[in-house]
Write a protein that binds this ligand. Structure first.
Ligand SMILES: *Cc1c(COP(=O)(O)O)cnc(C)c1O
Length: 361
């Protein structure tokens, strides 16, 4: 028997989630965001599953190279743009699209030798103050680029929202207002919406939507589950019981002895830990599914193992499957128990946990 820890990726669920995007944003083009190894789901297999999208968004050239090497011919957008002028050459060679968000990148573009014009997304900072050109001076910059011989036309314009995941956050309307005012009368396709925005703020959908999280079947909102939103979880993190013990009342379990048994009780040991991406900050009480039944983490997860209170499933035996998150146990719930967001948990899963793509049979 091999170590049972593994990730199962349900590609059909991802396809259903893309359909849900289409339903929520009819008539818009979709840039499926698959940065960070498709949020930990596996870059190439997710790109193949989401081939119905009009484009893909990635964080860096290395991710785009992996996609092109795998034969993905879609438009691929580098969301942070080139990190050096050498990368601009590669962007042209690999026929990639890129965001431009900084003067330094414009200088790189100005210095690029003649060749096929590049397809650009100009990023406007409408208030998030992470990436993007400030509103002031944006029109002059736009004029510079629209007349640039190295740049394909029409230019496209994007911005990113800081708080679309919070219901009724005033900043969303403010950012959209800035975007519309600054880009008024400018020709070219526009994009603002991430998953939260495209679901909660349809007025931000514009020409292109840029969903990430919802494609993986996870809710971007604290108060609404994926099920409420018609989304299906794509990733399951699973392992198995490798020991079942009876621990006497008053004894502690695991490193530091932070959790003490209130009575004589069955304790299960699961072959998964922070070395696989399970969050060490998950609190005692974080749910896990043992053979389909809810049980609770006790003590702190260690590198390769964690311990669970088996009192709700006294019949549990070594070898039985354990789900850390997946259908029946939303990663959103585990994230709350670990004082983090589901994005971080999904991206953290990698390394020795083997990937198993599950395709509809
Ligand atoms: C990551 C990212 C997205 C996707 O955001 P989700 O919240 O996962 O939908 C969209 N646009 C940009 C620029 C991003 O960096």
């Amino acid at each position: 028997m091999t170590r049972p820890a593994r990730v199962v990726v349900d590609l059909e669920a991802a396809q259903a989630n893309l359909k849900r995007v289409r339903q929520a944003a009819p008539g818009r083009r979709v840039m499926a965001v698959i940065k960070a190894d498709a949020y930990g789901h596996g870059l190439v297999s997710m790109a193949q599953a989401l081939a119905g999208a009009e484009a893909f968004g990635v964080a860096c050239l290395e991710e785009a190279v992996v996609l092109r090497d795998a034969g993905i011919r879609h438009p691929i957008v580098l969301l942070e743009g080139p990190f050096s002028s050498q990368e601009l050459h590669e962007i042209r060679r690999l026929d990639l699209d890129t965001v431009i968000h900084d003067r330094e990148q414009v200088r790189m573009l100005d210095a690029l030798p003649d060749g096929r014009p590049l397809r650009l997304w100009i990023k406007l900072d409408t208030g998030m103050h992470r990436l993007g050109f400030p509103a002031e001076g944006f029109r002059a910059l736009w004029r510079h680029l629209v007349e640039h011989r190295g740049v394909a036309r029409p230019l496209r314009i994007m911005s990113h929202l800081a708080s679309a995941h919070e219901p009724d956050h005033a900043s969303v309307a403010v950012q959209l207002g800035v975007f519309n005012a600054v880009t008024q009368g400018i020709a070219g396709e526009r994009s603002m919406a991430n998953s939260a925005a495209l679901l909660a703020w349809p007025e931000t959908q514009l020409d292109w939507v840029r969903p990430g999280l919802m494609l993986y079947g996870v809710s971007p909102f604290a108060g609404r589950t994926a099920g409420d939103l018609g989304l299906q979880p794509v990733m399951s993190l699973v392992s198995g019981l490798i020991a079942v013990r009876r621990v006497p009342a008053g004894e502690s379990v695991g490193y530091g002895g932070s959790w003490r048994c209130p009575e004589d009780m069955p304790v299960g040991v699961v072959a998964i830990g922070y070395g696989d991406g399970y969050p060490r900050h998950a609190a005692s009480g974080t749910p896990v599914l043992v053979a389909g039944r809810r049980a609770a983490l006790i003590g702190k997860a260690s590198m390769d193992m964690l311990t669970v209170d088996l009192r709700p499933c006294p019949e549990a035996r070594v070898g039985q499957p354990v789900v850390l998150w997946g259908p029946g146990l939303p990663v959103e719930e585990v994230a709350r128990c670990a004082d983090t967001i589901p994005y971080e948990l999904l991206c953290a899963v990698r390394g020795r946990v083997r990937f198993h793509d599950q395709v509809a049979g």
